[in-house]
Design a protein around this ligand. Structure first.
Ligand code: SF4
Ligand code: SF4
Length: 430
């Protein structure tokens, strides 16, 4: 086994706490993922990626930087990864889904801030995230107040560039976002010392489109009953999409999707046919947050889709066709991102339609509306979602939680009751 301790030490990491984090992660991973039966063969690659998340991938990024490349850490799907790629950089999604570093944010931001925001700052303060340490700079966005204020603090410890994301979908907002995308292109050119050309950007956008297409293929197969992949494994693929090498990842997702298509044709699944099928909608589910999926799949249900930024809000947006000139491409990228139906927008009616459409396409029997604690925008939209789904006759439950295990018992009880109710409905129907 390769020893990466020198590499981690060079990144200024706290080796002792990092060891503790790796212990927690590997124990959780074995229990949650490796214990599953009848997993697709193709998941072996993703197991390998997780096992080398702090090793081989970090070595790849270190080599990239040694060769003059840039590594850019970001926290939201509004940050255009193709612009980073076009400047010869590597974009890394850094959204933090762990409780471990949260105490390290204490005293820097209020406690009643969303756990994702606290964990993000905590990862910097605790020096246990090699991706953050490796990033030349971080890119934040003004999507919610908690994040905005956290980035001000984060910038004191790691260079953080903030993009302004509009909160309405008007022409003025579109113009504003185009200017922000253009300013980010200029920033990338300045940081990397490389000019972004129309050809380079078109090639980078094609890579991003191919990755999203592969993810759409993978997640689309989850409509089958029995479902050929567990929700946990499908979520893991989405989580890894933010930090793996883009071409390798795309190829491996397509391989996995091919295997799942064959499984679906043979009627082979990981749970029995008729298992209650749950669509999860709401706030992002960043790596390594596997809590709700594990609870649902231990309670007799299966998650068949994620309407989340680690899920459909990422892979469903596509780049509009354009004239191929640099300005036209930048406008298309801005428009692609404004097609993300994030709760930061007002109004955001399209999201209701997305969820109903997704529930139908994936044959969902019920929806879990999930919000991270203190996330006002998604919690507020949960009320609207419940009403809209009730009108469609789709059972819904709203849950709020964080990355800790403190409320696991309580959540399990509520999820179990929800799944039992769905099972009874399914029995009546059959
Ligand atoms: S929920 Fe909104 S703010 Fe959060 S990552 Fe997604 S697009 Fe960005
Ligand atoms: S989950 Fe909500 S509060 Fe947390 S960062 Fe995202 S939008 Fe902000």
């Amino acid at each position: 086994m390769t020893d990466y301790r020198t590499l981690w030490a060079d990144l200024g990491m706290d080796l002792e706490r990092h060891d503790q984090l790796l212990d927690v992660l590997s124990q959780g991973y074995s229990q949650i993922f490796l214990s599953q039966s009848n997993r697709p063969e193709g998941m072996k690659y993703f197991d390998f990626v997780v096992s080398e998340a702090h090793g081989l991938r970090i070595q790849e990024l270190a080599d990239h930087r040694k060769n003059g490349g840039t590594v850019v850490g970001a926290f939201c799907v509004f940050v255009p990864e193709d612009i980073v790629l076009a400047a010869g950089g590597i974009p890394i999604g850094l959204c933090a889904g762990a409780e471990f570093p949260i105490p390290d944010s204490e005293g820097l931001i209020p406690r009643n801030t969303c756990p994702l925001i606290r964990a993000t700052l905590g990862f910097k303060m605790s020096r246990v995230c090699p991706y953050m340490q490796m990033s030349n700079f971080l890119v934040g966005e003004t999507t919610c107040d908690g994040k905005k204020k956290m980035y001000e603090v984060l910038n004191e410890y790691h260079p953080t560039y903030v993009m302004e994301v509009p909160q309405k979908k008007t022409q003025a907002a579109r113009n504003l976002f185009l200017s922000e995308i253009t300013a980010f292109k200029d920033k990338m050119e300045a940081e990397s010392g490389k000019k972004i050309t129309a050809e380079g950007l078109a090639a980078a956008t094609s890579k991003v489109e191919a990755k999203k297409q592969a993810l759409r293929r993978l997640h689309g197969i989850r409509a089958a009953d029995p479902v050929p992949i567990s929700g946990r494994d499908a979520l893991l693929a989405s989580q890894i999409s933010f930090y793996d090498d883009i071409d390798r990842f795309t190829a491996k997702v397509n391989e996995l999707a091919g295997e799942l298509e064959s499984r679906a044709e043979r009627g082979e699944g990981v749970f029995p046919k008729g298992t209650p099928r749950i669509l999860l909608v709401g706030t992002p589910i960043p790596f390594p947050d596997w809590k709700i999926h594990t609870i649902v799949e231990s309670a007799g249900g299966v998650i068949i889709g994620e309407e989340s930024c680690v899920g459909s809000r990422y892979y469903s947006t596509t780049t509009p066709s354009n004239d191929g000139a640099l300005d036209g491409q930048l406008q298309a990228i801005a428009d692609r991102h404004l097609g993300t139906h994030c709760a930061c927008f007002t109004p955001n009616e399209e999201r209701v339609g997305d969820i109903i459409e997704m529930a139908k396409a994936l044959n969902a029997d019920g929806v879990i509306n999930y919000s991270l604690a203190f996330c006002q925008t998604y919690a507020a939209e949960a009320v609207k979602m419940e009403k809209a789904l009730a009108k469609e006759g789709i059972p819904t439950i709203s849950l709020e939680s964080d990355f800790s295990m403190n409320d696991q018992g309580q959540l399990s009880t509520r999820v179990q009751a929800f799944i039992e109710m769905i099972s009874s409905r399914l029995e009546v129907r059959s």
